[in-house]
Design a protein around this ligand. Structure first.
Ligand SMILES: Cc1ncc(COP(=O)(O)O)c(C=O)c1O
Length: 417
């Protein structure tokens, strides 16, 4: 059972403490999107203040229709009755664990919260190695192997969680791989959760995205939200799309049962925000596209810095993370006290003033020298700087971003030379 608060949030608080004590910390450890707030979202929030009633547990009908439309425009025809909105996708993910019998299968590494949620629900979490080329999905043969081992141990596999694009690796699983993994899920009768919270932040808009909900429509629940796309994590707006057909209504009813006992409904004013955002008016899609371009430029620059410092790093496809592996520098790092993922995280913070999250928090091999870098924190510490970054055609050349990138490069060169 987990006894501490989630490592993401714990590190953020630790950095705030160090900074308050006067220390310079380059904070690359928190998964917050850091884009300027769009005026239309602010207006929708203010306009919604009259919504003081609890309202229906799933969300108001016009909000569910807006979310259904969002999925429809992404190749997934959807009815409002397949949707639930909630205060963030996190509680929906937890409710899904509660809704499906059996253990939870995760890519290894995977987002910090999936495994603790499974354990809080009394389930075992099984991490399955990711392929060489990308994260967010397990390697198909490792998945088949794990399913065999689970059955040998008398465990029942229930839920498979996939992340497209992925946190922590920042990569997107290609269609062929998604199909292969979905076939295995079908053969094992798993329920698939496809966490697509970074979907609208692909770095190249021409990238082909195949949702597991297209490959295995009968068994896939898609979760998403506004936290990353619109950088409003603190507003807590998430949604789930359930499959049509046999499995969907039953699963949705179970999630609604949990919702009704835990959070009742998404806050009334925020449902107005959800409706506006999921309707995707042109002024908002333009803003999202600019945000994705900013994430792409900064994330690619950090990827280059990590590669130049000698790490092996998968090239990022979307979102705002890279996940370097400093195995090639093991001897040099060991001499400085960084012999595994936890000590590397500590050395980076205490000696170099760089805050990142070690790979062990993502279920990865604790002996490996891997960590996650959240690049969006480089966009700027104030709304004004973030707006300048968003409007720039070459954000990595802006003084406030260039300075931090150069600092990061220097620190890593010193540590690994
Ligand atoms: C992969 C992934 N899923 C879900 C979430 C949670 O998002 P929300 O703010 O919708 O609860 C995050 C946030 O860090 C995430 O990285």
């Amino acid at each position: 059972m987990s006894t501490g608060i989630s490592p993401n949030l714990a590190l953020d608080q630790e950095v705030a403490r160090l900074r308050a004590a006067g220390e310079r910390v380059l904070h690359l450890g928190f998964g917050e999107a850091r884009l300027p707030l769009h005026a239309g979202l602010a207006r929708a929030l203010a306009d919604g203040s009259g919504h003081t009633a609890y309202g229906p547990v799933a969300g108001r009908p016009e909000v569910l229709t807006a979310v259904a439309g969002y999925h429809g425009r992404r190749g997934l025809p959807t009815e409002g009755e397949q949707i639930v909105v909630a205060p963030g996708s996190k509680p929906l993910l937890m409710a899904l664990v509660a809704a499906v019998d059996g253990d939870v299968l995760l890519p290894r590494p995977a987002w910090v919260t999936y495994a603790p949620q499974a354990r809080l629900m009394g389930r075992e979490a099984w991490g399955v190695e990711i392929p060489e080329r990308c994260g967010g999905v397990p390697d198909p043969s490792a998945l088949a192997d794990t399913l065999r081992r689970m059955r040998q141990r008398g465990r029942k596999p229930g839920l498979l969680v996939l992340t497209l694009p992925d946190n922590p690796t920042g990569t997107l699983a290609p269609p062929g791989l998604v199909r292969e993994v979905c076939e295995i899920a079908r053969a094992a009768d798993l329920t698939v959760v496809s966490d697509e919270i970074y979907r609208d932040l692909l770095h190249d808009p021409a990238t082909t995205f195949l949702s597991p909900a297209e490959a295995a429509p009968e068994r896939t629940v898609v979760t998403t939200g506004l936290s990353k796309t619109h950088a409003v994590g603190g507003w807590r707006i998430g949604s789930a799309r359930f499959p049509a057909g046999d499995r969907g209504p039953e699963l949705r009813a179970r999630v609604l049962a949990t919702a009704s006992e835990v959070w009742s409904s998404l806050a009334g004013p925020l449902q107005g925000v959800a409706r506006y955002a999921y309707d995707e008016p042109p002024e908002l899609t333009e803003h999202v596209a600019r945000g994705a371009r900013l994430h792409a430029a900064v994330t690619r620059a950090v990827h280059r810095i990590m590669t130049d410092a000698g790490a092996r790093v998968r090239a990022p496809d979307g979102g705002f993370y890279v996940y370097p592996d400093f195995e090639p520098a093991r001897a040099v790092l060991a001499a400085q006290g960084a012999a595994d993922s936890a000590s590397l995280e500590r050395v980076l913070l205490e000696r170099a003033g760089v805050a990142v999250l070690g790979g062990h928090h993502f279920g990865d091999d604790p002996g490996a020298l891997r960590f996650r870098v959240a690049t969006s924190l480089l966009h700027g510490g104030t709304e004004r700087l973030r707006r300048i970054a968003m409007e720039s055609d070459d954000p990595t050349d802006l003084p406030h971003i260039r300075r931090e990138l150069e600092h990061l490069a220097q620190v890593l060169t010193k540590l690994t030379a």
